[in-house]
Write a protein that binds this ligand. Structure first.
Ligand code: 13P
Ligand code: SF4
Length: 301
């Protein structure tokens, strides 16, 4: 029996499902029951009725799944797979900005720790951030932790004051304007799709800006054979599965998220076999952090 078959057998035996983000390797995506962007996976987590969830992604995703479905046991294939941006919001700074702006909504990207979420009014993902910020009654928004997604929201929602802090995704900010211009020179007929975690000058060069699912849909459904894709290239297999004729170009090589890369097939098998790396959250933190997550699910409808 190969590793893939063993995983399928153990899933049945242990009443487990695998949720995988588009950024994990293709072989891990192939053994998953659900693959998607962070918003889709958060929604799926509320509906799963298996006893165990194996989350092939980074820590904040597993934590969110646990908070949204607390009676399920959630396991991470690699306990150290963590998104550095999730730690880039400062609690003291949040308290200070709240004091300075009484009519403030703290809008927290789901790429954040459970503790940071306890200070938020609502969570968002890259696929629903603009929609949710528009719906909020507050005129002033403190967007944490990603400054680049915050800048993107500010442009899309000019009627609100959007304050940002200095968080960033190391992978997406590594794509510079020069890299993008060079890629466009090399592929002059290609359309450009970019994730909003890229810097504003890079996004200016894009024909489409959206979440990983949005990028996949855009490339699959847009006329044209060539696309420059400014995000982690874990999205490539899903695009090529649906549109094998498309030519996809990276802006820089490689375009990998080192933390997502830690999630390998043998670690998925190991966590199913040995039930290690279970997500255990402080009850009070989980209760408080679930409120902005549930508000996101409500406002994104
Ligand atoms: P998505 O919301 O598009 O899944 O993105 C998550 C992420 O971590 C991007 O770097
Ligand atoms: Fe975090 Fe960036 Fe990796 Fe997304 S790509 S999980 S934001 S480090």
């Amino acid at each position: 029996m190969d590793m893939f078959e063993k995983i399928q057998e153990l899933k049945r035996e242990k009443n487990a499902v695998i949720l995988a983000h588009y950024y994990v390797d293709e072989d891990v995506q192939k053994c998953a029951d659900y693959i998607g962007d962070s918003f889709y996976l958060a929604k799926v987590a509320t509906k799963v009725d298996a006893e165990r969830i194996i989350f092939a992604g980074v820590e904040f995703m597993g934590e969110s799944a646990k908070m949204l479905n607390p009676t399920k046991r959630v396991f991470m294939p690699d306990a150290t797979a963590d998104c550095p941006m999730a730690h880039m919001a400062d609690i003291e700074e949040i308290k200070k900005v709240k004091e300075e702006h009484p009519d403030l909504a703290v809008v927290c990207y789901i790429n954040s720790t459970a503790e940071v979420k306890t200070y938020a009014d609502v969570c968002v993902t890259s696929s629903n951030a603009v929609k949710i910020v528009k719906k909020l009654p507050n005129k002033t928004i403190y967007f944490i932790p990603d400054a680049n997604l915050g800048d993107f929201i500010r442009k899309q929602v000019p009627e609100k004051e959007v304050i940002t802090n200095r968080g960033f995704c190391p992978r997406h900010v590594a794509i510079t304007l020069e890299d993008m211009q060079m890629a466009k020179e090399m592929h002059p007929d290609a359309k450009v799709a970019a994730h909003p975690e890229c810097t504003a000058d890079v996004l200016e060069e894009a024909d489409y800006v959206g979440s990983t699912s949005g990028i996949i849909d855009y490339v699959v459904n847009t006329k044209g054979d060539e696309f420059i894709v400014a995000t982690v290239d874990g999205v490539f297999p899903k695009i090529l599965e649906q549109a094998p004729e498309k030519k996809l170009y990276r802006v820089i090589d490689p375009q990998v998220c080192v933390n997502m890369k830690k999630v390998t097939l043998d670690k998925v098998l190991d966590v199913l076999e040995n039930e290690t790396n279970e997500i255990i959250l402080d009850e009070e933190v989980a209760r408080k952090a679930m409120i902005p997550l549930e508000r996101m699910l409500e406002l994104a409808k």
